[in-house]
Write a protein that binds this ligand. Structure first.
Ligand code: PGA
Length: 266
């Protein structure tokens, strides 16, 4: 996998669609099928979708043989056990997942996800060869009170305790300011660039040189209207898209802008 560190070198950007708690199986299968047809000619963007657990198996069948990766929205850190309602890494691999979202702000906010559980989940994902897409971000109150930097630092510091340097190349971070998620309120480019720089700096304290391999995505109200502005941000390695990924036309337009950017920088 070639990383996008410097404009001018061969780079791969990433687009992950987080479908959240949307779609029945037939609806999701139709969506995945249409998406896979529409992006079949895209070569330079790593594309993933993250549907609900119940949909993973059927979506995985649709995606088999395509370049679109299947991601789950969460996992438990144990392989098996008495954890009613949870899903293990082995079960995710069983249905064809290659990646998993970890620590999404909606899980932190509504389901008591903590940096400690995020850390356990990151370890479990890495151990099983699943790409952890680790979500970080500050709330509006934290931003307004000048805590953005310290919040992000703490999330990284606690989330990655004990993670080996060599795991860095498989890690993806999604910087998602909580106040920008689902609100239509996009962070301004300088806020995004600054947060990305801060995240990478903090990652380099943990992973040293290897931190360069970690891709940092932006998420929060990404749309076909603002993707052009986003992709111009040098620090950005791709996007995590919620609402707009449920509409094939919109998601494909976002992906095409990423692809054009990659081609333009070769
Ligand atoms: P949004 O969601 O694009 O609908 O704001 C992003 C996310 O929560 O990952």
């Amino acid at each position: 996998m070639v990383m996008r560190r410097q404009r001018g070198s061969l780079q791969r950007l990433m687009a992950v669609g987080n479908w959240k708690m949307h779609k029945t199986i037939p609806e999701a299968v139709a969506l995945a099928r249409e998406l896979s047809e529409k992006v079949s000619t895209i070569k330079n963007v790593d594309i993933m979708i993250a549907p609900s657990f119940t949909i993973l198996r059927s979506a995985g069948e649709v995606l088999r043989g395509t370049a679109i990766g299947l991601a789950a929205q969460d996992l438990h850190w144990e392989n098996q056990g008495a954890y009613t309602g949870e899903v293990s890494p082995l079960q995710l691999i069983d249905v064809g997942c290659v990646a998993v979202l970890i620590g999404h702000s909606e899980r932190r906010q509504y389901f008591h996800e903590t940096d400690e559980t995020v850390c356990r989940k990151i370890h479990a994902a890495i151990q099983h060869g699943l790409i952890p897409i680790v979500c970080l971000g500050e709330t509006l109150e934290q931003r307004q009170t000048g805590q953005t930097g310290s919040v992000l630092e703490l999330q990284i510091q606690k989330g990655f305790i004990g993670v080996a340097n060599k795991a860095a190349e498989s890690i993806v971070i999604a910087y998602e300011p909580v106040w920008a998620i689902g609100t239509g309120r996009l962070a301004v480019p300088e806020q995004i660039a600054e947060a990305h720089r801060l995240i990478r700096k903090r990652l380099s304290v943990i992973f040293g040189q290897e931190a360069e391999a970690i891709r940092i995505l932006y998420g929060g109200s990404v749309s076909q209207e603002n993707i052009q502005e986003l992709v111009a941000i040098e620090e950005l390695d791709g996007v995590l898209v919620g609402g707009a990924s449920l509409n094939v036309g919109k998601f494909v337009r976002i992906i095409r802008v990423l692809e054009a950017q990659t081609e333009g920088s070769e």
